[in-house]
Design a protein. Structure first.
Ligand code: BEZ
Ligand code: FE
Length: 291
């Protein structure tokens, strides 16, 4: 088949159009449509930034390095999506909830799906290093009814700001991770240690690039949660320490006012410990949607 006349005239102004002409665009096929949009924006970037061939080779080398930096402990592509604000934007678009429901935020690269199931009241601090923090709360629906048996998964950084999968030689496996099941009243409680804020990893290609560009790479102190119950939208979120001075400059746009809490100083077992209380409010899953 010989190319049509337009295909022979590929140039700076018609490049996206010519690309799109080769696709079988139709309403019932999303992939060609997605490709046409992605490529049109990519061509727009090239027209605006006008990279040299050497610049473009560097960009491809960067993307190659991002791929090579990924393994079963590290997800550099997730980090790139998070730091570019893309993950937060996707969450914003997809999880618009009633105002009273707990909002979603970014899941982040340190999540592990295989955290151990623990009984209520257990500690997730396997090395006991840090200031004790007692976490308790409820899981409820929008009418205030408890959601018995809801699953609460949590993961967090330690008192120095590192996750166990960042320090496999220094922290016990599954340190500061656990999965709990709410009781018949929708209540849960467990023990941990107060997490520190941290700098997002800058030893890989994504962190290096952003540091070079002068982008702030801090995350304020937080705990991560994923809360699940049949028939409800899964909540993937954080709770933030209200005393952290960096709440306003989170590198991944994950801080929302509803998720900031002041940790309280209380006495327990004859000692002064930190306490955090929170009620997760779940919205019903939309008909036909995955929970
Ligand atoms: C985190 O909170 O664990 C995280 C999220 C996105 C980028 C880096 C860290
Ligand atoms: Fe985190």
């Amino acid at each position: 088949m010989s190319p049509g006349p337009i295909a022979l005239d590929f140039n700076e102004t018609n490049s996206s159009e010519i690309f799109a002409q080769r696709l079988p665009l139709s309403k019932d096929k999303p992939l060609p449509q997605i490709l046409a949009v992605v490529v049109a924006h990519l061509h727009e970037i090239i027209r605006e930034l006008r990279p040299t061939s050497a610049d473009w080779r560097s960009a491809i080398e960067f993307l190659t390095e991002v791929g090579h930096a990924c393994d079963e402990r590290r997800q550099e592509w997730v980090l790139l999506s998070d730091l570019f604000g893309v993950s937060a934007l996707v969450e914003e678009i997809n999880t618009r909830r009633p105002r009273q429901a707990t909002p979603n935020t970014v899941r982040g690269p340190f999540f592990r799906a295989d955290a151990p199931k623990l009984p209520l009241g257990a500690t997730i601090s396997l090395d006991g290093i840090g200031e004790r923090l007692d976490v308790s709360g409820y899981v409820k629906d929008l009418d205030g009814h408890p959601i018995a048996g809801a699953e609460i998964m949590t993961w967090q950084a330690n008192a120095q700001g590192y996750y166990e999968n960042q320090q496999p030689d220094l922290q016990p496996e599954f340190n500061l991770r656990g999965v709990f099941k709410a009781d018949g009243q929708g209540a849960f409680h467990y023990r941990t240690v107060k997490p520190a804020g941290y700098g997002v990893p800058d030893d890989g290609p994504v962190g290096k690039l952003l540091r070079q560009a002068g982008y702030p790479l801090r995350r304020p102190a937080h705990l991560h949660f994923m809360v699940k119950a049949p028939g409800f939208e899964t909540i993937t979120t954080h709770l933030y320490d209200g005393s952290d001075p960096h709440l306003g400059e989170d590198a991944i746009f994950g801080v929302k006012r509803e998720l900031i809490r002041d940790f309280q100083r209380v006495s327990a077992d004859g000692a002064s410990v930190w306490r955090l209380d929170f009620t997760f409010v779940m919205a019903r899953a939309k008909q036909g949607a995955e929970a």
